[in-house]
Design a protein around this ligand. Structure first.
Ligand SMILES: [Zn+2]
Length: 282
């Protein structure tokens, strides 16, 4: 979606930055930055924006129709509009209701007759909202810092989970082990440093490689995965349990980095490149 398309959509929606941010589960600063083109609109938000546009048009068509309201459906709609995340069970029960309720059926038919069917049904559950929120924070960072921030968060998470049990042992065994506990607490931060190193590897080496014809996306994938893997190995080495202790480990390690790098290059970087080309052509 271009900045112009977004501007047209905003006119149709007539929602404030805050209202739209609430509906999408992002921060309102991000909406403002989409508006003046400082940050491109990530594809994952485009479906959600189109869904909101459809709902808004459906509402105005229904308001003009004079058809009776359904209190059950109104309730669900009010909750979604307030930014509440519906559980899977709630979504299923709402869908069941609409199928059986004559009032809802009449309203749905009226909408379809006037504006057609909804193209994509995007329903945000708690997980996609959490991830969307986290990624919207990342979108506020300068582009070169985003992979490093995500890498740092990822490795911090992985290693923090790993130290929970040893930490409990130390605390149970007694306060004379407190120094050990404090050392252990520092490990996730070390891991975050490693993850950031991997991210910078992508920003400064992987991203430029993506513009190499044909092989570019794959080279970028291999460089990025290798940087993250090297960072992981460095962290686990510091923890006293390195992944590579023999030549065979090294072969598996390098083979894995190349394999997953190629997969990442194909799935992320190549797909992205197509999207960028399409956007430029529009
Ligand atoms: Zn109903």
């Amino acid at each position: 979606m271009t900045t112009q398309e977004f501007a047209v959509l905003r006119t149709q929606l007539q929602m404030s930055d805050d209202e739209l941010a609430k509906r999408l589960g992002v921060r309102s600063q991000l909406i403002a930055k989409w508006g003046d083109g400082r940050i491109p609109i990530a594809e994952r938000f485009e479906d959600a924006l189109h869904a909101i546009e459809y709902d808004t048009r459906a509402e105005s068509v229904l308001a003009a129709s004079g058809l009776p309201h359904c209190s059950v459906a109104d309730d669900v709609r009010a909750r979604i509009a307030s930014g509440a995340a519906l559980t899977g069970a709630e979504v299923r029960s709402a869908t069941r209701h609409v199928r059986r309720c004559p009032t809802c059926q009449a309203r749905e038919r009226h909408v379809i007759d006037h504006i057609g069917v909804r193209k994509t049904a995007t329903r945000g559950n708690i997980m996609t909202r959490v991830v969307g929120q986290a990624l919207s924070y990342a979108d506020l960072l300068p582009e070169w810092a985003r992979p490093a921030a995500l890498g740092a968060a990822l490795l911090f998470g992985i290693v923090a989970v790993r130290i929970v049990i040893p930490l409990l042992f130390i605390l149970v065994l007694g306060p004379h082990r407190l120094i050990g506990a404090l050392q252990l607490l520092g490990v996730p931060f070390m891991a975050a440093l490693g993850g950031a190193a991997g991210g910078f590897g992508y920003s400064f080496l992987g991203r430029p490689l993506r513009s190499v014809p044909v092989a570019g996306p794959y080279l970028a994938g291999v460089v990025t995965v290798s940087a993250y893997m090297a960072a992981l190995e460095w962290v686990f080495g510091r923890l006293g349990s390195p992944m590579i202790t023999a030549t065979s480990d090294l072969i598996i390690f390098l083979g894995g980095s190349v394999f997953f790098g190629l997969v990442m290059g194909r799935m992320w970087f190549r797909a992205d490149e197509t999207a960028v080309t399409q956007r430029a052509a529009v």
